[in-house]
Ligand binder design. Structure first.
Ligand SMILES: [Zn+2]
Length: 224
């Protein structure tokens, strides 16, 4: 299965492993077409998204995944707040929020679908998954580590983002080798029950996983 992934840095490796877990497929049956770069900022993600989606569409990807960290800096455990207003959390608002990254990505996805409908009617139902880890993908990894009993933190999604890479990798930045050596084996080790537990402790992971599972259900039901 070909999957287009538009993410920062080496995050495509993490998404590859998570997708395999959630789709119940061996990793080597998922062929990742990656768009992204080290240091790709939020505004660049928004700008390059329509082009990336059309590239994935042109390559007949069965699924597209768009990932960008929420990037808030608040320590909600310390402040007791629900969220920081400049980096809102998608699950805390019922209608579109102007500052929410998930909502903004949804709007670009909808506009891209709309602009292409004239010559590709099937694009309206082409599956596109939006992943906005809160506040960073390392929070997902810390929750997974806690569930595996190898450090981490079950409440990482509410903790301060700074220092998370240090906790996960033992250094302030992760190399590709760090991810392959530390993170991927941990994701691969998760049982189905442990992954469900991770989702229950991490709302942004839960939102991502639900979209991927909806896609899996569509596939199983014979969707085109
Ligand atoms: Zn939102």
């Amino acid at each position: 299965m070909k999957v287009g992934v538009h993410v920062e840095g080496y995050d495509h490796l993490i998404f590859h492993s998570l997708l395999a877990k959630l789709l119940l497929l061996p990793e080597d049956t998922i062929d990742i077409d990656r768009v992204g770069a080290i240091g790709l900022g939020w505004h660049q993600v928004l700008e390059t998204l329509p082009k990336a989606l059309m590239r994935f569409r042109g390559k007949a990807c069965a699924l597209a995944v768009i990932g960008i960290d929420n990037d808030g800096t608040a320590d909600l455990v310390a402040t007791g707040n629900q969220e920081a207003s400049e980096h809102p959390r998608h699950w805390l608002h019922a209608t579109r929020h102007p500052n929410c990254r998930h909502c903004q990505l949804e709007a670009v996805v909808a506009a891209t679908r709309q602009s292409r409908l004239g010559w590709d009617a099937t694009i309206a139902r082409w599956p596109i998954v939006i992943a906005v880890p809160v506040e960073a993908i390392e929070a997902w990894l810390l929750v997974i580590q806690a569930i595996l009993g190898v450090g981490g933190s079950l409440r990482a999604e509410r903790e301060r983002r700074q220092g998370m890479k240090q906790c996960v990798y033992g250094r302030p930045e992760a190399t590709r080798e760090d991810i392959e050596r530390i993170t991927l084996p941990q994701i691969r080790a998760l049982t189905k029950e442990q992954l469900l537990l991770a989702r229950s402790h991490c709302q942004s992971l839960k939102i991502f996983a639900a979209q991927v599972e909806a896609f899996r259900q569509q596939q199983e039901n014979g969707a085109p």
